[in-house]
Design a protein around this ligand. Structure first.
Ligand code: RTP
Length: 155
């Protein structure tokens, strides 16, 4: 184990319906994987509007909420749990700013999309929401705890 120590923080990352339709699944997975994070759960699921509303419960009062719910339920998403040191905050950096026009080039949103309403991917914004979202989309049995032989080269 390297000096940075290990970290088993987990984040919920979802490729939204536009990301799936546009063929960006492998690109998203690749960026998290190459960074060194570990994929511990993944499934494709077509959320109902009820599931989408539940997922975005904290945004219920916003004017864009109905459109957001329709968008998120408009096709299958790829729901994932990624694990590793600081994955919540660093994962948000890999995603880039919510508004793709403000997102830095080199981030997923900065490189692959143009508008907030079609920003291809979701990532948990803190430890509480990560735990809440992981529990919402996955059972504990669906999240694998496993080690890889390369782990000691990463952490
Ligand atoms: P996400 O949860 O999807 O990772 O996005 P976020 O935390 O960066 O942004 P948040 O403010 O939580 O918004 C969630 C999603 O709602 C849509 N949105 N539309 N003004 C708008 O039209 C607007 N603002 C937000 C985006 O899809 C955003 O990712």
């Amino acid at each position: 184990t390297g000096v940075a120590g290990t970290g088993n923080e987990r984040s919920f990352i979802a490729i939204k319906p536009d990301g799936v339709q546009r063929g960006l699944i492998a690109e998203v997975i690749s960026r998290f994987e190459k960074k060194g994070y570990k994929l511990v759960a993944m499934k494709m699921i077509w959320a109902t509007e009820e599931m989408a509303a539940n997922h975005y419960d904290d945004l219920k009062g916003r004017p864009f909420f109905p459109a957001l719910v329709k968008y998120f339920a408009s096709g299958p998403i790829v729901a994932m749990v990624w694990e590793g040191p600081d994955v919540i905050k660093t994962g948000r950096k890999i995603l880039g700013a919510t508004n793709p026009q403000a997102a830095d080039v080199g981030t997923l949103r900065g490189d692959f999309c143009l508008t907030t309403g079609r920003n291809i991917i979701h990532g948990s914004d803190g430890p509480e929401s990560a735990a809440h979202e992981i529990g919402m989309w996955f059972t504990e049995k669906e999240c694998s705890a496993y080690s890889r032989s390369i782990d000691s080269w990463i952490v």
